[in-house]
Design a protein around this ligand. Structure first.
Ligand SMILES: Nc1ncnc2c1ncn2[C@@H]1O[C@H](COP(=O)(O)OP(=O)(O)OP(=O)(O)O)[C@@H](O)[C@H]1O
Length: 507
């Protein structure tokens, strides 16, 4: 952001504050780069001129509903505007044709009822207060009028409200393009009802969000030539595999593990399950329960949701067998074997879990044991079998658990897609992308690399549309404007993409 030029003694300004992020005040004195400010809380602070921003003293007290109308479009100005609106329960604000949503952390049913949907139907963009329905309405109208497919991108950090926003978008599209009075369940009902199933298997409690989606999702709603919903498809990306084997307090593993451990006793007996505390994949974190959530009721609700999306009783049984098998696999421990760099199943307890996992997966227990403690390498000349030491056997055990879980998740998504049904003759579609935002932990892995790379690509798409194309337009029309600086990471993306391509091409 360029340093402000219009700061003089007496100016009303924003300066950084360690607690409030930004605080306003009045300039008392300027010495070179140092600006002395008396804040409205009465403190005197000295800030570098590059960190002092002018405050619009004539801004309306309730803020503006489109931030392109702000006199100063800088960070404190934007945050102040959003905060003022939030105080008045206005959680949505536009910046041109981009909608910014601030998480209200409370249910606001009046914002999303059918009366509200009726209001936004066909209303011009910007005619009514900013709303997520208005964005969906524009996408739908453009699709109908121009016959073009559209996508809505929902992005933000964890807990920002992306999944809730996606659900509202889907509801509104279902309202616009749904069919009433049709026999059986409609496509749109099935898409909405697939959410609880996806959430049971793809969501988990994290530090930030008790129901955090640990995968990205692109939902395609297909329409026929009359603008009626004719099919749908859900595509998922980047499921967080590491969570299956590794969690820390206060996070949890995927919800489905806890739901199954809270199932009716006869089900638990069938899968030989005890409490979550008894399973290694769950007891690495001391958090087992969620405030206000009864896992036994959630289990029944998930079963019902599975019925609704068309997953048969037998398939449900098979799904939960795999979930239980993963828990048992996690409890298999190893000791050193007789040969050098080899291992064996640790004790009777581990043997019980190995046998149970094999029974649930309907495979041979000895075969499963071999798969965990040996590695097979196939070369053009021969097949080499090598034994693994206990540490490597644990890596192989966890690898199997992660792969089983991610394949189960993919299978579930595929099953939901078959059951919802796609329309091969669909004329156009509206896609909603709900993908998790940038992540940076103390220890980052390849998963964070993939997530951040994806987000960087999306950011580039945003930059392309918001800054680059817009500014090219200004230049073309010879409009007098000052260039907006933005961080352009295109070079880094090119580098990574070229490396990927090279890796793919290498023999
Ligand atoms: N519009 C809203 N109305 C009411 N509550 C909301 C709204 N948006 C978000 N919330 C609340 O915030 C919580 C977190 O929102 P959500 O799960 O949508 O975040 P997210 O951005 O998808 O997070 P993650 O990336 O971790 O999946 C929700 O469970 C809900 O309680």
């Amino acid at each position: 952001m360029a340093s402000p030029v219009n700061i003089v003694v007496g100016s009303h300004v924003w300066v950084e504050d360690p607690v409030l992020a930004w605080i306003d005040g009045e300039v008392l004195q300027i010495n070179g780069h140092d600006v002395h400010v008396r804040t409205t809380s009465g403190k005197k602070v000295v800030a570098n001129v590059s960190k002092v921003f002018p405050k619009d003293t004539e801004a309306p007290p309730g803020g503006v509903d489109d931030m392109t109308r702000l006199s100063y479009l800088h960070e404190p100005g934007v945050l102040q505007n959003l905060a003022m609106r939030y105080e008045l329960n206005e959680i949505y604000t536009y910046t041109g044709n981009i909608l910014i949503a601030v998480n209200p952390f409370q249910r606001l049913p009046h914002l999303y009822d059918t009366h509200m949907m009726g209001q936004y139907k066909g209303a011009g963009f910007g005619e009514l207060s900013p709303h997520v329905f208005a964005v969906a309405d524009v996408a739908y109208r453009a699709m109908i009028n121009e016959g073009k497919s559209n996508s809505i991108l929902v992005s933000g950090e964890s807990g920002a409200g992306k999944t809730e926003t996606t659900k509202m978008l889907m509801r509104y599209l279902a309202y616009l393009g749904g069919r009433s009075g049709i026999e059986g369940r409609t496509v749109e009902q099935q898409v909405l009802e697939s959410n609880p199933v996806l959430e049971a298997f793809g969501n988990a409690k994290t530090v930030r969000n008790n129901n955090s989606s640990r995968f990205g999702k692109f939902v395609e709603i297909q329409f026929d030539k009359n603008g009626r919903i004719s099919g749908a498809a859900i595509r998922t990306y980047l499921l967080e595999r590491s969570r299956v084997c590794q969690i820390n307090t206060p996070e949890r593993n995927y919800h489905c593990f806890y739901l199954l451990c809270a199932a009716p006793q006869e089900e638990k007996d069938k899968y030989k399950l005890e409490s979550p505390e008894s399973f290694h994949y769950l007891n690495q974190s001391k958090c087992f329960e969620l405030d206000g959530v009864d896992d036994s009721l959630e289990y029944l609700a998930t079963r019902r949701a599975m019925d609704i999306v068309g997953i048969s009783e037998d398939e449900q049984e098979a799904i939960f067998r795999v979930v239980a098998a993963i828990l048992h696999i996690g409890n298999i421990d190893f000791i050193k074997g007789q040969e050098i760099d080899s291992s064996a199943i640790k004790d009777d307890k581990s043997m019980f879990h190995l046998k149970t996992a094999a029974e649930l997966l309907m495979c041979d227990a000895k075969g499963l044991e071999d798969a965990l403690i040996k590695r097979v390498m196939v070369t053009p000349e021969e097949v080499i079998t090598r034994t693994l030491d206990p540490a490597s056997a644990i890596v192989s055990r966890d690898g199997l658990a992660k792969t089983l879980y991610s394949r189960l998740f993919d299978w579930l998504v595929e099953k939901i897609n078959v059951s919802i049904g796609q329309d091969p003759n669909s004329k156009s579609l509206i896609g909603v992308l709900d993908i998790y935002g940038f992540e940076s932990f103390k220890c980052n892995s390849f998963e964070q690399f993939c997530i951040n790379f994806t987000n960087e690509k999306l950011q580039q798409h945003f930059n392309q549309h918001v800054f680059k194309m817009e500014q090219e337009e200004y230049t073309k029309e010879e409009i007098n404007w000052s260039y907006i600086e933005f961080i352009d990471n295109q070079d880094v993306l090119d580098l990574i993409e070229k490396l990927q391509l090279q890796a793919l091409m290498e023999p």
